[in-house]
Design a binder for this molecule. Structure first.
Ligand code: SF4
Ligand code: SF4
Length: 309
């Protein structure tokens, strides 16, 4: 009951105030993979707070009124105790993982499994054997994870085969980001030019029509990414809602501008979180609010194509 109240408070704070509501914390600076598209290992990182310091830090953030947490790394499952503690401290916790270490039980928390396409594409990006290991762990997870795909030039032609494959597995739903390059880099192998991205955005909407609400990508979210939609209303550091609503921290507790790091190129951003946040509220959109409620509420099950859970 308390946790339902907390989630409603998060939404109410979004709707009624301009205050930050959430934290995004790199709970570790370590990772067991070295994915091709990852901004993480291309950057310098400070040492991490030890367990006691990190838990005290998270409690301080919650005491300061920040109710929702997103756990990043590196790889958060390298610190399972911190993941569990965060899920107890905050009203809603999302934790991103590559799935290789399994899915520790998170009371009142939701795992987001990062996979980047069917086995061949995923393993070309994330490393040999990663797909099979992650799927094995997914099938044994205590609660269905949400699968998140980062779309790049390396996997853009595999959207439907991947969705089809995932729909046959015990997952809660799927989310999609597009690669966000660092400023001043070409990243020709990865970044999809914005005009071509428009076509893929429409393809995601087609997939939602076909596979139902498990595809967590709504028309209002699509509008935020389309170059002829609302993209230019938020794609700078001063206009991005992350800046105002989410406090981002490094693994030593120091703040940073964005989870993608200081070098992220806002003008080419493809972040699903911003797209969902803006899609839900600019203007108010029921379908996208349901996507967000699904993220905040581990028990919620989106509908499949025939209305089946
Ligand atoms: S698992 Fe995540 S943090 Fe680690 S290298 Fe891959 S994308 Fe980066
Ligand atoms: S990179 Fe994207 S999410 Fe990060 S601050 Fe820039 S626009 Fe916002």
């Amino acid at each position: 009951m308390l946790s339902t109240f907390g989630k409603l408070m998060i939404l109410a704070q979004w709707l009624l105030t301009r205050r930050p509501t959430s934290v995004a914390v790199d709970i570790t600076h370590r990772c067991n993979l070295k994915c091709l598209h990852c901004y993480w290992w291309k950057q310098e990182h400070p040492p991490e707070l030890d367990d006691g310091q990190m838990i005290a830090f998270l409690k301080k953030l919650r005491a300061g009124g920040l109710r929702a947490a997103i756990l990043y790394g590196g790889e958060p499952t390298l610190r399972p105790e911190i993941c569990r503690a965060a899920a107890r401290i905050f009203d809603a916790t999302l934790a991103f993982t590559n799935g290789v270490n399994g899915f520790p039980e998170l009371e009142n928390g939701q795992w987001i499994l990062s996979l980047d396409g069917p086995e061949i594409e995923n393993d070309r990006i994330r490393g040999e054997g990663v797909y099979q290991k992650a799927i094995e762990n997914l099938k044994a997870a205590p609660r269905p994870p949400i699968v998140h795909m980062t779309i790049s030039r390396m996997n853009r032609n595999s959207l439907e085969p991947f969705v089809q494959e995932m729909m046959a597995l015990p997952i809660k739903g799927m989310g999609f980001s597009f690669v966000t390059p660092n400023r001043g880099t070409d990243d020709d192998n990865l970044f999809i030019p914005l005009t071509e991205r428009n076509r893929l955005v429409m393809e995601l909407l087609r997939l939602r029509k076909k596979y139902g609400e498990k595809i967590g990508f709504t028309p209002a979210m699509a509008r935020q990414l389309l170059t002829h939609g609302a993209f230019d209303q938020w794609n700078s550091l001063s206009t991005c809602p992350v800046n105002r609503r989410v406090r981002c921290y490094r693994s030593d507790g120091r703040s940073k501008a964005c989870t993608y790091g200081e070098q992220a190129d806002c003008s080419r951003c493809g972040c699903a979180a911003v797209v969902a946040y803006r899609g839900a509220l600019n203007p108010l959109d029921y379908q996208t609010l349901k996507v967000i409620l699904g993220l905040l509420t581990p028990e919620y099950q989106p509908k499949g194509p025939t209305g089946k859970k």
